[in-house]
Write a protein that binds this ligand. Structure first.
Ligand code: OMP
Length: 233
């Protein structure tokens, strides 16, 4: 199965389906706020029916009881991965895992990963706007440790932190890395970016790629080129 999760950040349902029509084998896709808020969970069922794996990226962040019950309902969708913000703290993350276990379908719950610091957050913004002192890498590692202690399966981080997270939390602790750009691409709103090649070298388990694939001239070709790098072919 693919190590490239394609962010399906499309505004029209037909664009999603046209994109998926190009693939004759299952891939990993990420469904986020844009699609879910526009089309609801029906979209999840349609994508699942085509055999694709789904990372449902709704980044929960609320009081523990609310997150627990929200996660219980997300688990019932039988998606492969869900996420939350580590900034919600250990009580929230532990509650999320309880909810996921309660909602598990046939004894199988989705994997749960914690967003550490968004890849659109720069060192300066973290220190000066969010008032979190220190080095962004150290903060990401400490959030990753908290997520691990809270029973989560991994984190969302930038490529630049993935190696240190594996060293601190173990090789099995998943690192899922957005902020991926080809060397010719614009960074857009992302700050902590890296190429697929560097992600592969740093041992990232999965990369999340949106615009570099979906806005490329030939998305199918670009996907295959990126996936070949991740698979080391
Ligand atoms: O949780 C995420 O997926 C996520 C976390 C993060 O720190 N940064 C980040 O970009 N993402 C998501 O990854 C995707 C990146 O899209 P592109 O910048 O177009 O490749 C978007 O759907 C974001 O919502």
């Amino acid at each position: 199965m693919s190590r490239t999760m394609v962010a399906l950040d499309f505004s029209k349902k037909e664009d999603v389906m046209n994109f998926l029509d190009k693939f004759d084998k299952p891939i990993y896709v990420k469904v986020g706020m844009e699609l879910t808020y526009a089309f609801g969970f029906e979209m999840i069922r349609e994508i699942k029916a085509r055999g694709h794996k789904i990372f449902l990226d709704l980044k929960l962040h609320d009081i523990p009881n609310t997150v627990k019950n929200g996660m219980k309902n997300l688990a019932k969708l039988d998606v492969d991965v869900v996420n939350l913000h580590a900034a919600g703290g250990s009580a929230m993350m532990k509650a999320a895992m309880e909810g996921l276990n309660e909602g598990a379908v046939n004894g199988k719950r989705p994997l749960c990963i914690a967003v550490t610091q968004l890849t659109s957050t720069s060192q300066e913004a973290m220190n000066e706007e969010l008032l979190i002192p220190g080095d962004v890498k150290d903060v990401v590692i400490s959030y990753a440790k908290l997520a691990k202690e809270s029973g989560l399966d991994g984190v969302v981080c930038s490529v630049h932190e993935a190696r240190a997270i594996h060293e601190a939390c173990g090789a099995d602790f998943l690192t899922v890395t957005p902020g991926i750009r080809l060397s010719s691409d614009s960074k857009d709103d992302q700050k902590r970016v890296a190429t697929p090649q560097f992600a592969k070298e740093e041992g990232c388990d999965y990369i999340v790629v949106g615009r570099s694939i979906t806005k490329s001239e030939d998305p199918y070709k670009t996907y295959n080129e990126i996936e070949a790098i991740m698979e080391g072919k």
